[in-house]
Design a protein around this ligand. Structure first.
Ligand code: UT7
Length: 333
């Protein structure tokens, strides 16, 4: 049985930088509050005239392919993690396939596991490679959150956090090493603690008529921030320890922890609990905010480009978010 290995990483973020200062002109908030509670200083928001989830994903994918010395033609399967697809349906996987100009009939699978989406996607791709079903899988996390947030004072706990971007990884078989294990969890009792309700299919038909909808709050992200925070810190630790135990490793064996960029305070809490030095944890939430399924591949791509991921390193990925879902992956690079 093969292992699967990440052979290329890429990312793309929209051009427009949204600073905390700008947000404080449209929302009752301050740079001080945002930095203190989240660590975020700026984030990127799309230009709806030119950016889509699929075209940002395609830009990230092309960089990953180039770094792997591969072309679009080499891809034989796509796994696409997003909770903000360009359409209600079909999903973003097929749009990415079209955008990349891949002809042929390769499969494209969509994953809707929010902040844990990229690790779920990686896990699915890993299984397909291990069984020999596919040889080159494109795994993507891409989101446009800026159009789903309530960018008013009412939605300020989410408006200051969530943002846009895309990250991609290419997986291929490897004889020796690569993804060592993945660990996936969920607890749907907490589904409504962080969600967007509409367009919900279980609504009566009349309620889904746009002209009937007077209050569009249900189309915006709703989050019980403190509840999500409390669960996140517990689950992050659990799922990282689970990955270490499954591989007979200790926290000292981690060369780089790449946590989902939910909130800098969450990353710092985990770092402290694990007793990891600053150079063993990668954070870029200060510049990009929380890009949900895109945050881990963007962070990995930047970490790799900065030379912080080297041959033989043990890389730990971990995420927690809406669902609740949480997940981890341990990789021998
Ligand atoms: O991606 C994975 C899932 N997401 C997360 O992991 C995020 C987890 N949660 C968080 O990061 C934090 O809960 C937040 C950063 C979202 C909020 O921080 P908090 O310390 O938990 O604040 P809070 O929601 O408990 O609100 C405290 C106060 C409230 O005012 P009152 O009621 O005490 O007067 C809020 O209205 O802070 C207020 N507040 C704000 N004030 C200024 C909330 N958002 C803002 C804001 N600016 N942007």
């Amino acid at each position: 049985m093969h292992h699967s290995k990440i052979v290329g990483l890429g990312h793309h973020v929209p051009e427009t930088v949204i600073t905390n200062e700008y947000l404080s002109t449209i929302i009752d908030t301050t740079d001080e509050w945002i930095v203190e509670r989240t660590g975020i200083r700026e984030r990127r928001w799309i230009d709806p005239a030119k950016d889509t989830v699929a075209n940002m994903a395609a830009k990230a994918s092309r960089i990953a392919l180039q770094r792997a010395n591969l072309t679009e033609k080499d891809i034989d399967f796509i796994v696409f993690a997003t909770i903000t697809p360009d359409y209600f349906f079909p999903g973003s996987g097929v749009l990415l396939q079209r955008e990349l100009g891949i002809d042929g009939r390769i499969g494209a699978l969509d994953i809707r596991n929010a902040c844990s989406g990229f690790i779920y996607a990686l896990s699915v791709a890993d299984q397909f490679i291990k069984t020999g079903m596919y040889k080159t899988i494109l795994v993507v996390g891409a989101e446009i959150q800026s159009t789903a947030i309530d960018a008013t004072t009412r939605g300020r706990n989410t408006a200051v956090i969530f943002a846009d971007g895309a990250g991609a990884a290419i997986l291929q078989p490897s004889a020796k090493q690569g993804i060592l294990s993945t660990h996936l969890h969920s607890d749907g009792r907490f589904a409504e603690e962080l969600y967007v309700k509409d367009p919900g299919s279980s609504r009566p038909r009349e309620e889904r008529q746009p002209e009937q909808i007077l209050d569009t709050t249900s189309f915006k992200v709703v989050m019980n921030g403190s509840q999500v925070f409390k669960h996140a810190v517990v689950r992050f630790m659990e799922v990282i320890n689970e990955a270490l135990a499954a591989n007979n490793m200790k926290k000292e064996d981690i060369n780089l922890l790449v946590p989902h960029q939910a909130n800098l305070r969450i990353s710092q809490y985990i770092q402290e609990k694990l007793g990891l030095k600053d150079d063993k944890v990668f954070n870029n939430i200060m510049r990009y905010g929380n890009t949900t399924a895109a945050s881990i591949p963007i962070a990995m791509s930047e970490a790799w480009a900065e030379g912080r991921i080297k041959e033989n390193d043990v890389i730990c990925l971990a995420a927690f978010g809406s669902g609740f879902t949480w997940a981890s992956a341990l990789i021998r690079w």
